[in-house]
Design a protein around this ligand. Structure first.
Ligand SMILES: [Zn+2]
Ligand SMILES: [Zn+2]
Length: 262
C-alpha cells in the first residue's frame, strides 16, 4: 500500500527552519530589550543610546596631557631634560612615531574592556568617533597611504568573535577618507597575552609574530586599541618595514600610563 501523501511543510529541513526562527526571535528579543532597557554607559552603567558613554561620562574622554615622548608618546616627567623617554634613547622603536590618544585608566579603557571582554563591539564606535575628533595634527599634515589594524591571530579572532583594532581602524578610515587594508598584515603566531610581562619579555613574546605583504612604498598608519610598552606595534612595524613599507606610524586609542612616568 502506497505511503499517505504528506505535504512538505518544511522543504528546507527542520534544522534550517529552526535556525531561521531562532535568528528572528533573537533579533526580536534584542529589539525588545533595547526598547525596555537601553544600553548601559560603559563607564557608569546609566542608560544611554547609542551604546558607549552617557552624556555625563563622554567629556571624560579627553586627550592625555603632556609632556610626552616625541617617539613612543610615553609620559615624561614635567622637568624632563629631553623630548625622548629613556626607553627610546636606549633603543629606538622601529615605528617613526606613536600616539596613544586617551588614558586607558579613564572612560577609553571602559569602552575597550566592554568591547573585548563584555562582548559589546559597538562600544568601540564611540571611541573611533572621539579619535576622529582628536586626530593628531601631525597626521593631518601627512595623511598615511594605508591604514592597517593590528591583526588578531585567527584562533583569538574565533574566540572573541570580532577584532577591536579592525573596528577602530574602519571607524577612523571611513570618515577621514583613508584607505583601509585588512589582510596585508597577518599574525602568524598565536602569542600569549602580554599582560603581566615586563618590557623584554613582551618583545620576545611578539618577535616574528607578524608577516606583511603588498606594503612596499606605503606610508602606513597602524591602529590598535591599547598600548602599554609598544612591543606589539613595534614587532608589527618591523614586519612592515621588512616588507618594504616606507614609514610606519602608530595610532592607539588608549595608552596605559606606566609607573614612574609621572
Ligand atoms: Zn556614564
Ligand atoms: Zn619614548
Amino acid at each position: 500500500m502506497p505511503a499517505p501523501f504528506r505535504p512538505a511543510l518544511f522543504p528546507e529541513g527542520g534544522r534550517a527552519i529552526r535556525q531561521r526562527v531562532g535568528a528572528v526571535s533573537r533579533d526580536l528579543g534584542r529589539g525588545l530589550c533595547a526598547l525596555l532597557w537601553p544600553a548601559a554607559c560603559c563607564a557608569c552603567g546609566s542608560p544611554t543610546e547609542p551604546p558607549g558613554l552617557c552624556a555625563h561620562c563622554l567629556p571624560g574622554l579627553c586627550a592625555r596631557p603632556g609632556p610626552r615622548c616625541s617617539i613612543c608618546d610615553d609620559r615624561l616627567p614635567v622637568d624632563a631634560p629631553a623630548h625622548r623617554c629613556g626607553g627610546c634613547l636606549e633603543r629606538r622603536p622601529r615605528y617613526a612615531r606613536a600616539w596613544g590618544v586617551f588614558d586607558y585608566a579613564g572612560p577609553a579603557g571602559d569602552l575597550i574592556r566592554a568591547a573585548k571582554y563584555g562582548r559589546q563591539p559597538a562600544a568601540l564606535d564611540a571611541l573611533s568617533r572621539a579619535l576622529v575628533a582628536h586626530w593628531p595634527p601631525l597626521l593631518d599634515c601627512e595623511p598615511p597611504s594605508l591604514v592597517l589594524p593590528i591583526p588578531l591571530h585567527l584562533r583569538r579572532l574565533a574566540r572573541r568573535g570580532h577584532s577591536p583594532p579592525l573596528r577602530l581602524a574602519a571607524g577612523l578610515a571611513r570618515p577621514l577618507g583613508l584607505k583601509l587594508a585588512r589582510r596585508r598584515l597577518r599574525r602568524v603566531r598565536d602569542t600569549p597575552e602580554q599582560a603581566g610581562l615586563d618590557d623584554k619579555a613582551r618583545r620576545r613574546n611578539v618577535r616574528g609574530a607578524f608577516v606583511a605583504r603588498r606594503v612596499a612604498g606605503h606610508d602606513i598608519l597602524l591602529v590598535d586599541d591599547a598600548m602599554t610598552t609598544g612591543a606589539t606595534v613595534d614587532a608589527a612595524a618591523a614586519a612592515l618595514l621588512a616588507g618594504g613599507a616606507e614609514r610606519v606610524r602608530v595610532l592607539c586609542a588608549a595608552r596605559v600610563e606606566r609607573d614612574g612616568a609621572r
